[in-house]
Design a protein around this ligand. Structure first.
Ligand SMILES: NC(=O)c1ccc[n+]([C@@H]2O[C@H](COP(=O)([O-])OP(=O)(O)OC[C@H]3O[C@@H](n4cnc5c(N)ncnc54)[C@H](OP(=O)(O)O)[C@@H]3O)[C@@H](O)[C@H]2O)c1
Length: 292
């Protein structure tokens, strides 16, 4: 890691209070960036920012609080960024979750889709002016290889007809990849790049705050199961490396519209390359958020 390489750059990381996002924020602070920790809980945001400042006294670390499943709060977050910072060089859309039972967001939208996809979509579009004005700038969307095999059910994106938490999660991660491809096309010529990634299978708190999933995870935490899974899991710090690579490395300056694993561009699922579906998703997302 090159201390000082990101000096003067302003980077926003969502879901930076835990797991991969927290380690992404840490890695950016270590390279001298001005880091904005975005999280939904003020105390956890304060704690994360304070810990980063302790580790990197020279780093400028701020935080902004917003529930990213709420469109009003996403809009307010974007306004706060534009008001408090004069530029934005890197946006890392990372906050995400999975829910075992169907829940509605503040806007009445199925919560996985609202948070994991519309949260990325609305925040990015709300920050496009400041990103474009700061070009070259980078948008990094944390997706997942769980998108493989998923499809978008345009007749029931909201899963009113039958909810399955894993299917909702996989659909939202496919939406992350397809959104990235359409966004990259729309940003051509602006100097703003957009890429998506799979972070690896990472030992984080993912799912642990959802009551339904917590009981499943508790079972998964049994020693025998852990032993079976454990050797495949990487640490949050390792899991942040591809996000950090896309956010900072000169090797990917100008690279856009790609999907990465282990710091390398790889093919995403066949379904993700359906341009008509990407455009349809964009149009629906724009209608659902009133932007774009
Ligand atoms: N872990 C894996 O193996 C894995 C694999 C593939 C992809 N991913 C992706 O990696 C990303 C990060 O996940 P993680 O594993 O690091 O999980 P995590 O430790 O649970 O972190 C998720 C972050 O998102 C935040 N968040 C959750 N709901 C939010 C909301 N409504 N508004 C604002 N922030 C919210 C959490 O805030 P709190 O601290 O307040 O809970 C936390 O900071 C996700 O997009 C996930 O899909 C993870």
């Amino acid at each position: 890691m090159n201390a000082g390489a990101m000096a003067g750059k302003v980077c926003l990381v969502t879901g930076a209070t835990s797991g991969i996002g927290r380690e992404t924020a840490r890695g950016l602070a270590a390279q001298g960036a001005t880091v904005i920790v975005a999280g939904r809980d003020r105390r956890r945001c304060e704690g994360t920012a304070a810990a980063l400042r302790r580790s990197y006294p020279a780093a400028e670390v701020g935080y902004l609080v917003a529930d990213l499943s709420s469109q009003a709060e996403v809009r307010r977050l974007a306004e706060d960024v534009a008001r408090q910072y004069d530029r934005l060089d890197v946006l890392v859309n990372n906050a995400g979750a999975q829910f075992r039972t169907r829940r509605g967001s503040a806007d009445g939208i199925e919560l996985t889709f609202a948070l994991n996809h519309l949260g990325y979509f609305l925040l990015t579009l709300s920050l496009l002016d400041v990103l474009t004005a700061s070009a070259p700038a980078r948008i990094v969307n944390v997706a997942s290889n769980a998108h493989h095999g998923a499809t978008l059910d345009f007749d029931d994106l909201d899963m009113r007809r039958g909810y399955d938490g894993m299917r909702a999660y996989r659909q939202s991660k496919l939406a992350n990849v397809m959104f990235t491809y359409e966004l990259a096309r729309r940003l051509e010529g602006t100097g703003v790049t957009a890429n998506a990634l799979h972070p690896g299978v990472v030992a984080t708190d993912f799912g642990a705050k959802d009551e339904g999933l917590r009981s499943l995870l508790r079972r998964a935490a049994r020693p025998a199961v852990r032993l079976a899974l454990g050797h495949q899991m990487i640490t949050p710090r390792e899991g942040a490396q591809t996000s950090l690579y896309l956010a900072t490395s000169p090797e990917v300056a100008g690279v856009t519209g790609q999907y990465f694993e282990d710091k390398a561009a790889v093919r995403s699922s066949d379904a993700s390359y359906d341009v008509a579906a990407q455009r349809r998703l964009w149009a629906i997302s724009a209608a659902m958020t009133g932007i774009g």
